[in-house]
Design a protein around this ligand. Structure first.
Ligand SMILES: [Ca+2]
Ligand SMILES: [Ca+2]
Length: 376
């Protein structure tokens, strides 16, 4: 550490840097070693020919302020330079992708996220760049590697699902990622929350609710309802899976279920099928291991959403003629389901029987899907 400080000071003294615009999002290998004076986050040119800023990137976030100027730039760093050169600019919003003429939209903002924390929103199309808060006076050494650069561009490029992102080494932990399940053109990519940590991660999280949900039609992520809050949704219809996770936000308990047959299914292809279509599932986590489990994928006026329950009486639930309405009179096994529309089927079950006369309490739960290719 002292060595680093010492070299940092020497570097700062020895080299005249006319314009150091350090841009955390995009640093090329040729400038892979850059010394930053962390004691000053921003210095505008006051006539001494020295100006710089130290930007932190907040990917897929947008600071919702009226811009001072909205510009189109061809290089990311031009946006940072425009901000440094503008006496009232304290942060920028930068488009995540180029327009059809290869230009990048750059918004110069009159304030920053520290003074407007409630206006920093999730965004599918923008990154927010704030000037780093000045740290205690010290010389910082930052080493950007090719790996860092490829990670940045890698996560701009959507994954087909969360496990795909994780298995390619592009996970940056739990959070929002762009997904494009059908690959090809990314014009239909969308945002989803990836749980990258539970049971080795890679879960594409479909919804969070404390009541009724319809994953077939409720498919749009909204920044107003982040993951874990009532109303979170994304499009899981075309996410192939062999495993399904349920999270109980009231207790923090989690359970997941692995299909015995390691063959993927998608919700889009399976709404209304009987549970026998998929065979039995094994429970892991906060779950009664005395049971084998079964899955329904429902879009019925009575019940919709994913529904796991125990396999009892050699009976698979659901049927074509009745949608998801046949529950095998199973009044004993643990259910994992959201609320149905009938009053005696209300409540949200997590590891508790959910057949009348049992009415589970309402609780906030989330459901996610995963297909681990590397599993036997
Ligand atoms: Ca696509
Ligand atoms: Ca609700």
């Amino acid at each position: 550490m002292h060595n680093t400080l010492y070299h940092g000071v020497r570097f700062a003294l020895r080299v005249e840097v006319l314009l150091v615009v350090v841009f955390a999002l995009l640093v090329y290998q040729v400038v892979s070693q850059v010394y930053i004076d962390g004691s000053k986050a921003l210095k505008r040119d006051a006539g001494d020919g020295v100006a710089y800023a130290n930007f932190a990137a907040h990917k897929f976030r947008y600071l919702n302020l009226a811009p001072l100027i909205s510009a189109l730039v061809t290089e990311h760093r031009e946006c940072a330079k425009l901000c440094v050169d503008h006496s009232s600019c304290f942060s920028t919003n930068l488009a995540a992708t180029r327009d059809n003429k290869g230009r990048i939209k750059c918004e110069l903002l009159p304030s920053d996220k520290y003074n407007n924390s409630n206006k920093l929103l999730d965004s599918a199309v923008f990154h927010h760049l704030s000037i780093k808060a000045a740290k205690r006076k010290r010389i910082q050494f930052e080493h950007f590697t090719e790996n860092r650069l490829s990670q940045e561009s890698g996560s701009n490029c959507p994954g087909i699902n969360c496990h795909d992102i994780k298995s390619r080494g592009l996970s940056e932990g739990d959070g929002l990622y762009r997904l494009d399940p059908d690959a090809g053109s990314h014009s239909n990519a969308f945002l989803a929350y990836c749980d990258m940590t539970s049971y080795n991660g890679g879960w594409t999280m479909c919804y969070t609710t404390d009541e009724y949900v319809n994953p077939r039609t409720e498919v749009t992520y909204s920044a107003q309802f982040p993951y874990g809050s009532d109303g979170y949704r994304t499009n899981c219809n075309n996410i192939p899976f062999t495993e399904i996770i349920f999270v109980d936000h009231q207790t923090g308990n989690k359970a997941y279920f692995k299909r015995h047959v390691n063959q993927t299914i998608t919700a889009a292809d399976n709404y209304g099928n009987t549970a026998g279509t998929y065979g039995l599932w094994e429970g892991v986590g906060a779950v009664d291991n005395a049971y084998s489990y079964q899955l329904l994928i429902c879009d019925d006026s009575l019940y919709s959403g994913f529904f796991i329950s125990g396999y009892t009486g050699s009976c698979y639930k659901g049927s074509y003629t009745e949608g998801c309405r046949n529950w095998c009179s199973d009044r004993v096994s643990p259910y994992f389901r959201t609320a149905a529309t009938r009053s005696d089927l209300s409540g949200v079950a997590f590891n508790t029987n959910g057949h009348p006369p049992n009415i589970p309490s309402n609780r906030l739960i989330s459901v996610g899907l995963r297909y681990k290719r590397d599993e036997p």
